[in-house]
Each structure stands twice: as structure tokens, then as C-alpha cells.
Ligand binder design. Structure first.
Ligand code: MG
Length: 159
């Protein structure tokens, strides 16, 4: 197979007093994403998309939240590890598309930094990665500022 595609989704609860990490970047907000890891829903969705394209399951299977060694694990470390799996399976990342749904904080001021960080973690060109920031129009938990949700789609090309 020359090409493979994968999709990923994640949602985490926002909790006061935690640092907010999205795409490996700390965003000043006063609330952060709750999780056994650092709660980086963007990177979790992206890792699941990459694992999906490789037909290798999901991050819950690779990094179980019942295992204390993954407590507090950063999104950056997860993404680097999953990218190594892409490489070792003989594929390269062709392109990445991400949707971040957050009522607050506004993501626009951080989009460039997130893009640079993700591209550097995966060692890919910036013109192969796109980030879209949406609100939830005030609807449901995300619209009520109780959570942040992310979708990711990737295509891999045989290297
Ligand atoms: Mg997650």
C-alpha cells in the first residue's frame, strides 16, 4: 500500500488550576485538561490518527492509563514515540489536518507556535500540517467551557 489514512478524536475535561497543554504548547488560561497524562487532547487525537493509519490500535492500548509509568506523560513524548512507530513501519507522514474545538481560550494567537512544535516533534514540513480552531457555538460541554475536543486526520506515504 502506497498510502494509508487515519482519523483520531479526543476530549478532555477542563479543570481549574491545571496547566493547559495543546499540541505540546502551554497556553496560559487558568484551567487545564484533566487526565492521567498532561491531558493534551490535540496530541492524543493526532497519535490515534497515526496509529489508526498503521492499523496499530489506539493510544489507550500503547500507553494504558492504569500503568503508573505513564502518569503525567507529556504529549510531546507520546507523539515522538508514535512517530517512531510510523518510521519503523516504513511510512512517512504525507499530511496532517487537525480540528481543535474550544469555546475558550481563543486558539488563534497560539496556532503558529502549535504548528511549529508539532512539525518539529514529527520532523515534517510546515506546509504539510494544518490546524483549524473552532468554537462549539456555546453548545454542550465544550461550548460551556467544561472541555476541549480535537479531531485529527493523517495520511501516510510508503517511504
Ligand atoms: Mg486523551
Amino acid at each position: 500500500m502506497q498510502y494509508k489514512i487515519g482519523i483520531g478524536y479526543d476530549i478532555h475535561r477542563l479543570e481549574p488550576g491545571r496547566p493547559l497543554f495543546l499540541g505540546g504548547v502551554e497556553i496560559p488560561y487558568g484551567k487545564g485538561l484533566l487526565g492521567h497524562s498532561d491531558g493534551d487532547a490535540l496530541i492524543h487525537a493526532l497519535c490515534d490518527a497515526l496509529l489508526g493509519a498503521l492499523a496499530l490500535g489506539d493510544i489507550g492500548e500503547h500507553f494504558p492509563d492504569t500503568d503508573p509509568k505513564y502518569k503525567g506523560i507529556s504529549g510531546s513524548r507520546l507523539l515522538k514515540t508514535v512517530k517512531e512507530l510510523v518510521d519503523s513501519n516504513g511510512y512517512g507522514i504525507n499530511n496532517v489536518d487537525v480540528v481543535v474545538i474550544t469555546q475558550e481560550p481563543k486558539l488563534v494567537p497560539f496556532k503558529n507556535k502549535i504548528k511549529q512544535t508539532l512539525c518539529s516533534l514529527m520532523n515534517i514540513r510546515e506546509d504539510t500540517l494544518n490546524i483549524k480552531a473552532k468554537t462549539n457555538e456555546g453548545l454542550d460541554a465544550v461550548g460551556n467551557k467544561e472541555a476541549i475536543a480535537c479531531y485529527a486526520a493523517v495520511s501516510l506515504i510508503k517511504s
